[in-house]
Write a protein that binds this ligand. Structure first.
Ligand code: SAM
Ligand code: CA
Length: 239
């Protein structure tokens, strides 16, 4: 195993010199982390295994992230959840299994093909009745919820779809959350590309813009966590 955090000297944070205290996660340490923390159900494991054969499998959330979001859902006592970007339904299933029987998650995607895999596993897990899948461009689904008078009614939301729309999703989801509701935004470190000035593709620019926007947004209490590919948490304020 490599030696621990690999401190980087000369990092200046708001004018104060310090070392980077975030651990570099090599494979041995990651395997260890999972061995002493992951509690993935058999059905989640099988869904992960089936998805691994798909060409886009890298889109699936990491298991420890799914487990962490399930913990957040429990911590909030969430009953109404929202997901933007379902793919094969792995993160949806983690959240659905953490909900009480009368809990609901509105899950938004455009892919009939990928979500048909999701539906099979949701049914097998006995949580299909908790999941309201909306197959349409997510912005339309979110606007539809707002139009149906559901603003301010969701406890937890996860944004994990097309990155160019992240700014639009953020504003719509913030309207849909109740005061004290929690938003999780995935891939906010984008494989490190956000910190590489040479990376100027549309997705990277959109994530950078969103990161700056959330950081400056006093409507939320926020934190960007170095979990998996970067996970931003934003808690909607009471006013
Ligand atoms: N949350 C999933 C998980 O953890 O397994 C991964 C979601 S994957 C990164 C992104 C998903 O966003 C894909 O399933 C894709 O079909 C969906 N997507 C892309 N553009 C979309 C749009 N405009 N509206 C709704 N869904 C979209
Ligand atoms: Ca993701």
């Amino acid at each position: 195993m490599q030696s621990g955090p690999g401190p980087v000297s000369g990092v200046s944070i708001i004018g104060v010199e310090m070392t980077n205290k975030t651990l570099t996660m090599n494979d041995a340490l990651y395997t260890y982390l999972l061995s002493v923390s992951l509690r993935e159900s058999g059905i989640l494991r099988r869904l992960r295994a089936e998805t691994a054969a798909d060409a886009m499998a890298r889109m699936q959330s990491a298991p420890e992230q799914g487990q962490f979001m399930a913990l957040l859902v429990q911590l909030l006592g969430a009953r109404r959840c929202l997901e933007v970007g379902v793919y094969t339904g792995y993160s949806t299933l983690w959240v659905a299994q953490a909900l009480p029987p009368d809990g609901r998650i509105v899950a938004c995607d455009i892919s009939e093909e990928w979500t048909s895999i999701a539906r099979r596993y949701w049914a097998e897990a006995g949580v299909a009745d908790r999941i309201d899948l909306r197959l349409a461009p997510a912005l339309e689904s979110l606007q539809g919820l707002i139009g149906a008078g559901q603003a301010g009614s969701f406890d937890f939301a996860f944004i994990d779809a097309d990155k160019e729309n992240y700014g639009n999703y953020y504003e719509a989801v913030l309207q849909l959350l109740r005061p004290g509701g929690l938003l999780a935004i995935d891939n906010t470190l984008w494989s490190g590309d956000v910190a590489d000035p040479e990376k100027q593709d549309a997705d990277t620019r959109a994530i950078r813009a969103l990161n700056q926007h959330v950081h400056a947004d006093r409507r939320v209490t926020m934190s960007l966590l170095p979990v998996a590919d970067g996970l931003t948490l934003a808690l909607k304020g009471q006013t």
